[in-house]
Structure formats: structure tokens, C-alpha cells
Design a protein. Sequence first.
Length: 235
Amino acid sequence: MKNMTLLQHFSELRRRILWVVLIFVIALICGWYLSPYVQGFLTQPLLAVWPDGTLLYTGLSDGLMIRFSLSVLFAMLIIMPVGLWHVWAFVAPGLKKNERKFIWPVLILSPVLFVIGAGFAFYFLFPMVFRFFVELNQSAMIPNLMLPAARDYLSFAIGMLKIFGIAFQLPLVLVLLNRLGVVSKSSLIKVRRYVLVLIVIIAAVLTPPDVVSQILLALPLWFLFEISILFMRRD
């Protein structure tokens, strides 16, 4: 690709974009048929702590909107690694050998860390948080009927998965900034106590207003911060 003309570069970029769009459309169609299973999977942590629970559809279009949003979510999960591969295939020939050795692990680790973060939220955070909310609502002194809206629940669940997936990118970002010379290892060690305070604040803002979920986000972030320092270059 180094000897290609500008027009040939645009043609190559157009071809790769069309492939990504085509795969996204196919994944979207597949997601439409798989969305009921995705919904059941996402609802499992709530029903595990609330066996007789029922989610409420508040409008006629709820079923359609839920199915479409889950189809888009499924398509985005499929297209993310595909898109990253096409980006790499397009830019790699123009990179130097040391640059390729540096960027390639980033493209692999980013989706891996996202999946680990989302998995942590799904399997560790959700059971504790949902049990807390269910028991809190059921302990009310007045008669009550708990019927959470299906769209609200799925929006909350997917939002938390995204938050944890993005939060687990922290070591990748810090190591990348260190290799680019933006952040030094010694400077991060010096401000460690302030970083801890910042992590606690971020966890309090991003998670529901209960101590358990805030701790379950703050502790992994602090652990990832410490891991990041280990992989940084010495000043």
C-alpha cells in the first residue's frame, strides 16, 4: 500500500467500509432473531434473585423497541472486532515494524478487556445489586407490587455493562500514554493517593447509589491502576 496512489487508497478504504457495513447488516438481521435469547440472558441475573419476578411492558411498542435495540447491540458486538481488524489491515502496511508491534497488542487487548469488564459486572456485580434492590423494595412497610419496566431494566443492565467494559480499558490507556511519553511511571506513583480518591468519585458517579456496586467498581479500577504501573517503562 506504500506505492499506491491517493485514489487507490480511497478505493481500498471504500472497499473495507462496504465490507464492515455488509457484515453489520447481516449481524443486525441475525440479532433480530436472536434478540429474545439475548433478552433472556440479560434478564437472568435479576430473575435468579427474584424467581417469581415479572417485567412490565408499558407500551405497545415496547416489544419492538426492545427487540430492535438488542439487535443493534448484537450487531455492534459482532462488528467491533471486524472493524478493528479492517482498520489494522488498512493502516498496517504504512507503519514501521516497531509501530506494528506496538499497535497490534492494543487492538487485541481492547476488546478482551471490554469483555472481561462486562463479564465482571454481569457475574459479580449484578447478583449483589439486584438482590439489594429486590430486598429493599420488598421490605417496605406498606403493601407494594414491584413491576419494573422491561425497557428500564435492559437500559440499566446494558449501560452498566458498557461502563465496566470501558472502565477496564484503564491499564491499556495508561500504558499507551506512558509509551507515547505523555505520562511517566514516577509521576503516577507520586499521585497514587489522589488517583485513589478520583477512582472512588468515578465509581460513585457511574454506579447505582449503593455501597456494594461502588466498591465493586472502585476495587477493580484500583487493581488495574496498580497493574498498569507494573507494565510501564521506567523513567
